[in-house]
Design a protein around this ligand. Structure first.
Ligand code: PMP
Length: 450
């Protein structure tokens, strides 16, 4: 018995859960910014496997590098050294400022964050960890504790989605959410706020200091922050907010960790790493997704000092730093340069943001357009006066309509009210304009129907 018909008809829900679209898209093939389903329908992919396919589906150069390595050496554990590993670690380290020069390779973002958490605790001798409201840091039991968005947690044990013994003591209340009324610091950028932010910058910084003074333990192990929130809905921080948070964390003995799983590898356009847009140098940087253009891989990059504290134990990861993953990731770094992917992020991203802002001004239900480069969020509201999130049914109507017109985008935000646009960094202005026309039409259709 076949459990699933190739054309997506008799899909057995017991064996395969597909929840994103009402009618699943059976993706069959991909090339650069395009995907084809089993019926041969083409889609412009503006979600890139959730910001993962950095330089394009089956990019010919990356594919060739993978094939070459598959013919040479598939696997050996990291008790040996092999050229692909050595070359990649050196190359990746060269993308970081001093003192971030020690590389550990993992298989995913959750694993990278788990490892960073362990290293931070070993290094500082402290236990408590701080993250932002609205953050997403992974799906492993430990990182689920770091993740703030309750949609990704399971209601067990202490409510952190994991057992007490495994769970970090996490305080999640600095910043975030994508809705003015719900943020612990009163407001966030946008949601119809005319000036972008509702308060002056120093007021936000004042609130941050007060939060630390009243709610944060005197000794902490680490602070995890995404330079721009991904799953949270492209949420950005006020100017100098992250810089001040780093200072306050370090005063309490903690290390600062930038989670670059979504923002790294040129996606923000203006910088290769998201943290560079905040005028800070973290003590650790975690990454995954775009690192391998879809090939499973993750990494932690840290300082020799923190690495020395970690060297007291034995670190072993069977697949971390797999030769094929290293060859692929190395080729991704080359291709980002050769194809000008970061510049594309900046140029096409800026164009998209400018044009989406015009749609925001045109439609009552677009509350905010935010992000940087090709990491864009479009927050949908019932109306600009209430700033209430557009309900899921309405979101889904627009979402399905966009898909039916041939474009795949994502959803996120605390209430699932933010459309997310994070395509492979090879899209063109023409693709962007195609999407803008489709998005405009789908919102127009929705407004007509309601
Ligand atoms: N950190 C961030 C910022 C992420 O967006 C994600 C994945 N959405 C993760 C960590 C976890 O990565 P993975 O799914 O590879 O474990």
């Amino acid at each position: 018995e076949r459990m699933m018909d190739i054309r997506g008809k008799n899909c057995n829900p017991m064996t395969m859960k597909v929840t994103y679209y009402k009618k699943p898209v059976f993706v069959h093939q991909g090339y650069m910014q395009w995907l084809w389903d089993v019926d041969g329908r083409r889609y412009l992919d503006l979600f890139a496997g959730v910001a993962t396919v950095s330089v394009g589906h089956c990019h010919p150069k990356v594919t060739a590098a993978a094939i070459q390595q598959l013919k040479t050496l598939w696997h050996t554990t990291n008790i040996y050294v092999y050229p692909a590993l050595h070359e990649y670690c050196e190359k990746l380290a060269s993308y970081f400022p001093d003192p971030l020069k020690v590389v550990y390779l993992t298989n995913s973002g959750s694993e990278a964050n788990d490892l960073a958490m362990l290293m931070a605790r070993l290094h500082t001798g402290n236990f408590d960890i701080i993250t932002f409201r609205g953050s997403y840091h992974g799906g492993s039991p430990q990182t689920m504790g770091l993740t703030s968005n309750s949609a990704y947690k399971y209601p067990i044990a202490n409510g952190l989605g994991c057992t007490n013994t495994m769970c970090p003591d996490v305080f999640r209340g600095l910043w975030g959410g994508s809705h003015c009324r719900d943020s612990p610091v009163q407001t966030i950028r946008g949601c119809g706020c005319a000036q972008g932010y509702c308060m002056a910058n120093d007021q936000y910084i004042g609130q941050l200091k007060e939060t630390f003074a009243t709610s944060v333990p005197s000794r902490i192990a680490a602070f995890f922050g995404e330079p721009i929130q991904g799953v949270g809905g492209a949420v950005q921080y006020p100017k100098n907010y992250l810089k001040e948070a780093f200072k306050l964390v370090r005063e309490r003995g903690g290390v600062c960790i930038a989670d670059e799983v979504q923002t790294g590898f040129g996606r923000t356009g203006s910088h290769f790493w998201g943290f560079q847009g905040h005028d800070v140098i973290p003590d650790m940087v975690t990454m995954a997704k775009g690192i391998g253009n879809g090939f499973p891989m993750g990494a932690v990059v840290t300082t020799p000092e923190i690495a020395a504290s970690f060297a007291k134990g034995v670190h072993f990861n069977t697949f971390g730093g797999n030769p094929v993953a290293c060859a692929v990731a190395s080729s991704v770094l080359d291709v980002i340069k050769e194809d000008g992917a970061q510049q594309i992020s900046l140029d096409v991203g800026t164009h998209l943001m400018t044009e989406l802002a015009k749609l925001r001004d045109k439609y009552e239900i677009i509350g905010d357009v935010r992000g940087k480069g090709l990491q864009i969020g479009v927050e949908m509201v019932k109306d600009k006066a209430s700033r209430d999130p557009l309900p899921p049914d309405a979101m889904n109507e627009i979402f399905e309509d966009v898909k039916d017109m041939g474009v795949l985008i994502g959803k996120g935000g605390l209430y699932g009210q933010t459309f997310r646009i994070k395509p492979p960094m090879c899209i063109t202005m023409k693709d962007a304009d195609f999407f803008l026309a489709v998005f405009n039409k789908s919102i127009h259709n929705y407004m007509e129907r309601r």
